[in-house]
Design a protein. Sequence first.
Length: 432
Amino acid sequence: MTWWTGRILPGALVLAVLALGGWLLLAPRGGEPAVPSAASIAAENLRDPGLIARGCYLATVGDCAACHTAQGGRPYAGGRSVATPFGDIPAPNLTPDRATGIGQWSFADFWRALHAGRGRKGELLYPAFPYTSYTRVTRDDALAMFAYLRTLAPVHRPAVEPALDFPYSMRGSLAAWRAIYFKQGAYRPEPGKSPAWNRGAYLVRGLGHCNECHAARDALGGVSGHPALSGGRIPELDWYAPDLSTRAGGGLQGWSEQDIVDLLQTGRSAKGVAFGPMADVVADSTQYLSGDDLRAIASYLHALPPRGQPPQATPQFDATTLARQGGKVYAQHCADCHGKDGAGVAGVYPPLDGNSAVTEPTGINATRMVLLGGFAPLTRADPRPYSMPPFAQQLSDSEVSAVVSYIRHAWTNRAPAVRPGDVSRYRHTPLD
């Protein structure tokens, strides 16, 4: 799943559109993706069981149902709105209903949507649909996904128009956005890299669309100018998707490839537990990936470059008040599970010392976990995971601020404090 982030004044966006308008009109157009004619794809080929099974697997890799299924609704029938800072964008119906779904779509239409970010009538699609990542999907994989979607039971569910403020409601303004942020093209293996690395890169950069959450975005909602997978705040949900580098300065520094595989497959590893939006990704998508694909993803992430070391945080609380208060709250509510030393209990309670969810730059994740509780995903490997109770009703904003600030600067952690005002804001942010 994906979200936009950032906000820009409407006038500024209009100016950006006007500034680029002349260039867009005069610049040479990128070629449309080469697609076969409708007649060249025989209907019997699309009914091939092997192709359909592969398409089902690939749709799971892409976690497509997460956005295209309304709560309590039929899978892939649409109806769920993706909240963005620019307004709500409903996900369309992907079942083969001829009136309201993709029943009249050809493969060329489907390929154009994934690869070029254009709808059946050529309209520009909003990048809440992550075609910026899906453009890397190969034609063969796109064909398999199309074949699978055609086997779904048709559901009649009319589309809903996006609820976007002006000027974001003007699809024409997307031309400027695309000129800045969108580079069309299927993934091509990098020479000199192993097959596992290339497979991992294809999954992470393409169908997995990991960078859509795990990168900071600018005021226009683009990720240009930020290192890939370097971490970012998920808008409208107030969670922080961590940096995914395992090397020096990375958000997963010290994680082994097996730690990554364990988290994606079971929802927990020796280094931490999936929670918030990532718990949903594990529950609905990554737990079903093959062992080879999980290891390929881990191989690719393990090869991400080191990051610049963040400056050491100066404690933003005095030792006689906030630290003492935070330590007292920790001893009363946290130490029994996570230990006085913050080491946790292997396979049961995650460690807090050196945990990237605790030390991420904003403090959002630790704060929301204290307020709302921590709920690991239910997976085939761990159908009854331990959970953490919420403390929103027991602890005041100042107490949550104190204990989170204490945890973020205790043991070997050296992250900045969290203010009571931030706690108050996060307390009233919905889970989804």
